[in-house]
Design a protein. Structure first.
Ligand code: FES
Length: 110
């Protein structure tokens, strides 16, 4: 079992439980996170964008060029942004902390 801690745009922490091999996108959706994932993992949208906490970011396999290109289009990207549809959970990621980006308007506040 792999625990994932989601931090909502409002700052609430929600712990979800998943199995190794599950995609982070589905785990987030099942936990009620507002990620659309419109293209269902085809890297043709950026609505599955999440921000991984820095200490966990380095444990993830590097993003592909396609993922980086798509992240450039996402609102509110940070250095540790990823597309959640591209992240497969493993036992090594047990306890990973992932932040759900706020609405685009949050960017003006900082
Ligand atoms: Fe579209 Fe992830 S679901 S890029």
């Amino acid at each position: 079992m792999v625990s994932v801690v989601f931090v909502t745009a409002q700052g609430a922490r929600i712990t979800a439980h998943a199995e190794a091999g599950d995609r982070l996108l589905e785990v987030a959706q099942n936990a009620g996170m507002p990620l659309e994932g419109t293209c269902e993992g085809q890297m043709a949208c950026s609505t599955c964008h999440v921000i991984v906490s820095p200490q966990w970011f380095d444990k993830l396999p590097a993003a592909s060029n396609e993922e980086e290109d798509m992240l450039d289009l996402a609102a509110g990207v940070s250095r540790t942004s990823r597309l959640s549809c591209q992240i497969a959970l493993t036992e090594a990621l047990d306890g990973i902390v992932v932040r759900i980006p706020g609405e685009a308007r949050d960017m003006q506040i900082g």
